[in-house]
Design a protein around this ligand. Structure first.
Ligand code: HEM
Length: 214
């Protein structure tokens, strides 16, 4: 039997998005929060404006639960929509305005969930490894922006994941399997670039909407 050629798909995803990752980390409200210059209102604004994309991602994954291509990425233990809804109540600002950038991000995720859903993997990758990597760094710095309420937030807690490093290693291994199974990896790499672009746009728009003091 001839084995499929290795694609190094996980490495290609990281490479395709690495320049954008720097932008995501260093700009917008994410940069404010990393520097301790966010506010409860700006953080809640970020969460409110990521919520529709998470809902679309999680609904899209569930829709493809029976698909051999996507089943590995149907991991409810990383779903974040319920955590965000709870956190918006905890933060006391549940009715933040929904910005056009959030609507565009949600629309992109919905579109990616269409047909065989292969493009959805790019969105799942972006949020899942993001939340389990930079998200965990941000978690430790949030108290500087938010004060005591930071300790009561659910978004950065993954109670159903005992070992985050092991989970990420498995996720990357699953990406490799996907990379050998999918007809063409290039559109998925392109979609990951788009997913990062949407994250940057939301972060920038939230920063502009909820201007923080210098
Ligand atoms: C809060 C600021 C951020 C910091 C400090 C940060 C930091 C990091 C670090 C250190 C890693 C490497 C983890 C590892 O290899 O195990 C990583 C990976 C990653 N981050 Fe971020 N990040 C941030 C924001 C973001 C954002 C906003 C996104 C989403 C657009 C994101 C998406 C990702 C992804 C997809 C990976 C996996 C890369 C790979 O394939 O190896 N990160 N991040």
């Amino acid at each position: 039997m001839i084995s499929p050629a290795p694609t190094n798909f996980a490495a290609q995803l990281a490479q395709a998005t690495s320049a954008l990752h720097v932008q995501a980390e260093r700009g917008g409200v994410i940069a404010d929060l990393l520097r301790g210059r966010g506010t409860i209102v700006s953080y809640a604004g970020l969460m409110r404006n990521l919520l529709p994309a998470y809902r679309a991602l999680e609904a899209g994954l569930e829709q493809h639960r029976a698909s051999p291509l996507l089943a590995r990425f149907v991991r409810p233990e990383v779903y974040r929509a319920a955590a965000i809804e709870a956190d918006l109540i905890t933060l006391g600002v549940p009715d933040q305005p929904l910005l056009p950038e959030a609507v565009a991000y949600e629309a992109a995720v919905r579109q990616a969930a269409e047909s065989d859903g292969a493009l959805l993997v790019a969105h799942a990758y972006t949020r899942t490894l993001g939340d389990l990597s930079g998200g965990q760094i941000l978690r430790n710095l949030l108290g500087r922006s938010l004060g005591d309420v930071a300790a009561h937030l659910a978004f950065h807690d993954f109670p159903a994941i005992a070992d985050i490093a092991a989970f990420k290693a498995q996720y990357r291994a699953d990406l490799e399997i996907f990379g050998t199974a999918v007809a063409d990896i290039q559109p998925v790499l392109n979609e990951a670039v788009l997913a990062f672009g949407h994250n940057i746009a939301v972060s920038n728009a939230v920063a502009a909407q909820f201007v923080v003091s210098a």
